[in-house]
Design a protein. Structure first.
Length: 261
C-alpha cells in the first residue's frame, strides 16, 4: 500500500529535530505483573510516531505514563521537556490528547466545546474567539457553530476533537486509536490533518489497530508483552522481517505474545 503523503503537506515537512519525548528503561509494575518492561526510545519534534501492540501489550499503560496520568515504577522519561516523575501536571498542560472514545461534550454546541476547552487550556477570551473562527473555517463547520456536537456525524466529531486538542498549540499530541469506526474517506481526511499538524512542528504520537495507518508514520514501534520488540520506519521493519506489509510484521511479532486483555 502506498504511504499517504499529501504532496502539498509532505513537501513542507522539515526533517524531525530534537527529541520531544525521551524514555529510558521506563517501567510500570502492578504487584508482580510487569505491564511495561524497561522501554527506551525517543520521538523527535514534528515526527509522526506509531505506537503499536496487541491488546495487553502494554501500550496503553505506557501512553498513560507519558501523558502524566500514571506514575512510573522506575526508569526515566520526559515529555515536552518535563519529567514524568516530578512534573506530571506540567506535562498535561503542554500536550494534547484525543482517544477513540470521543472526548468532547455532546450536550454542548460546537462553539461551546471550543470555548470550554480553550478556557481549560488557559487561553484568553480574545484568543479563543480568534482561534474558534479559524478552526471552524478550516474544517468547514462555520454553519455548525451552534449545533450540538452529539448530532454531528462521527467523522466530523473526530476531526473537531483533534483540532480542539491542538487549540493551545501543544508540543505533542497523543492520539489513542483516533480513527476507530470511521469510514476510509474520513480516515484519509483525518490523516491530512495529522500531516498538517506535523508540518507545523507538532509531534504526533499515535496508536492504531489499522496497519495501513502504520504505513503513514515516520517510525513505528511494536510492543509485545510489555517490551518494544521492534522500532524502525515502516519500510525498515518490512525489510527487517522480509515481508511486504505492516500487517505481516505485526502478525510475526504478535503471534508469540503471552498477555492479552
Amino acid at each position: 500500500m502506498n504511504k499517504l503523503h499529501p504532496p502539498d503537506v509532505a513537501a513542507s515537512r522539515a526533517a524531525p529535530a530534537g527529541p520531544v519525548i525521551t524514555c529510558e528503561l521506563l517501567t510500570k509494575r502492578f504487584g508482580d505483573f510487569v505491564a511495561v518492561n524497561a522501554i527506551s526510545f525517543e520521538v523527535a519534534a514534528g515526527e509522526i510516531f506509531g505506537f503499536l501492540g496487541a491488546n495487553g501489550a502494554g501500550k496503553t499503560t505506557a501512553m498513560r505514563m507519558l501523558c502524566g496520568l500514571l506514575g512510573p515504577t522506575e526508569g526515566a522519561a520526559t515529555v515536552a521537556g518535563f519529567d514524568v516523575f516530578r512534573q506530571p501536571e506540567l506535562i498535561k498542560q503542554h500536550i494534547g490528547y484525543m482517544s477513540q472514545k470521543f472526548s468532547l461534550y455532546e450536550d454542548l454546541t460546537v462553539g461551546e466545546n471550543i470555548r470550554f476547552y480553550g478556557g481549560v487550556y488557559g487561553l484568553k477570551g480574545a484568543v479563543i474567539r480568534e482561534k474558534t473562527t479559524a478552526l471552524l473555517q478550516r474544517l468547514g463547520l462555520e454553519a455548525e457553530r451552534n449545533t450540538l456536537v452529539g448530532s454531528l456525524p462521527l467523522g466530523w466529531k473526530q476531526k473537531l476533537a483533534f483540532s480542539v486538542a491542538l487549540l493551545h498549540e501543544p508540543a505533542v499530541i497523543f492520539l489513542d486509536e483516533p480513527t476507530g469506526g470511521v469510514d476510509p474517506i474520513t480516515r484519509r481526511q483525518f490523516w491530512d490533518l495529522i500531516y498538517e499538524a506535523a508540518a507545523a512542528g507538532t509531534t504526533i504520537f499515535i496508536t492504531t489497530h489499522y496497519m495501513d495507518e502504520a504505513e503513514y508514520c515516520d517510525r513505528v514501534s511494536i510492543m509485545v508483552d510489555g517490551k518494544i520488540e521492534a522500532l524502525a520506519s515502516p519500510a525498515g521493519l518490512k525489510r527487517q522481517f522480509g515481508v511486504a506489509t505492516m500487517d505481516e510484521v505485526f502478525l510475526h511479532l504478535a503471534r508469540g505474545a503471552k498477555n492479552t486483555e
